[in-house]
Ligand binder design. Sequence first.
Ligand SMILES: Cc1cc2nc3c(=O)[nH]c(=O)nc-3n(C[C@H](O)[C@H](O)[C@H](O)COP(=O)(O)OP(=O)(O)OC[C@H]3O[C@@H](n4cnc5c(N)ncnc54)[C@H](O)[C@@H]3O)c2cc1C
Length: 391
Amino acid sequence: MDRTQVAIIGAGPSGLLLSQLLYLNGIDNIVLERQSREHVAGRIRAGVLEQGTVELLLKAKLGERMLSERLVHDGVSLAFAGRSVRVDLKALTGSSVSVYGQTEVTKDLMDARTAAGAKLMFEAAEVAVADFDSAHPKVRYRHNGRTHELTCDFIAGCDGYHGVCRQSIPQGALQTFERTYPFGWLGILADVPPASHELIYSNHARGFALCSMRSMTRSRYYVQCGLDEKLEAWSDARFWDELRVRLPDEIAAAVITGPSIEKSIAPLRSFVVEPLRFGQLFLVGDAAHIVPPTGAKGLNLAAADVRVLYQALVEYYRTSRTDLLERYSQMALRRAWQAVRFSWWFTSIMHKFSDDPFNHRLQLAELDYLSGSTAALTSLAENYVGLPFEV
Ligand SMILES: Cc1cc2nc3c(=O)[nH]c(=O)nc-3n(C[C@H](O)[C@H](O)[C@H](O)COP(=O)(O)OP(=O)(O)OC[C@H]3O[C@@H](n4cnc5c(N)ncnc54)[C@H](O)[C@@H]3O)c2cc1C
């Protein structure tokens, strides 16, 4: 039987980052991932990093490529009623955000863990967690056709929304809070320069649109779509036409089109479970909470959980202190609910929920108010760049 201090389930950003930070603090850990390395490395997802996330990645000694390749954004724009209003994040909060794709973060993390000789098990099948309500949790899995059993002190459930860890906690021990939205985002990635050097969030009577990017030569665009939409029905030409219709004329004219290199539909969801700890099992990142991507919070929230958990584990192994571990759930949930609230609010003012013109007029009135109120813009900006961390 193998042994480690912390068994980490899932090699997404939260699992890899936790693994790296624990390693740097001398804590032995193993990461078990269901998918292949190539699959994990190739997933196109988030792109906006809060300053707090950047600082945590630097602490994890991953910063070099990120600092040279990221795009620092001091503002974002809100487009509505044929005009666009810039939210000056830097002037309103003193902070900026960084555009650096989740794919790049994952690559940096994988490279760092591999270089350090980390125990990263890709294609680990039938992962099962057990005895986490005792002092000797166990993880069983199959790898290369053999069954393995691992004992550990703690299990970190970094295995995303569909993972095994949350599902292994006894029914009744967790409370679930959920809201689904009656639409999704159709996203396209294309090797064309972005329409603007900053992100543009657009409210339009036909639905939401977002102009985003991964670099100055690679653009990421989204349009709100029905949940029953089929990707095959969206040729590149149809996508570009729909995007431009939903943008103010000046921005639409700046959109440079090209062949898509990726196209996908993602449903939107708000989801939280409480608590995030059951015995020696801790839920981290998307395993614990999901937010709609409008506020660019999913990846940042995963990093924020890791920040709290790794510090608590370091303290435990260094001084036997358990109070930080005991506070993990409360601290992580406090931040998660702030992000859930902000993402829900931002989603609700930018998307089309029905054909009712009253609702659209209300959204336009709110955006109009926002654009003329420093107080309201500051509130948006504070949440967008990331609220301060609890100490
Ligand atoms: C399509 C899509 C688009 C998104 N776009 C954005 C965006 O624009 N902005 C934003 O901020 N956020 C976005 N997100 C959210 C963001 O990507 C996530 O918040 C982030 O990936 C969370 O990281 P994580 O490590 O907690 O979970 P994940 O990235 O989901 O990683 C979990 C890992 O666990 C593995 N796993 C699952 N089950 C098992 C098992 N039984 N055994 C072993 N391993 C297992 C999975 O294969 C996966 O590698 C998006 C998410 C999706 C799905």
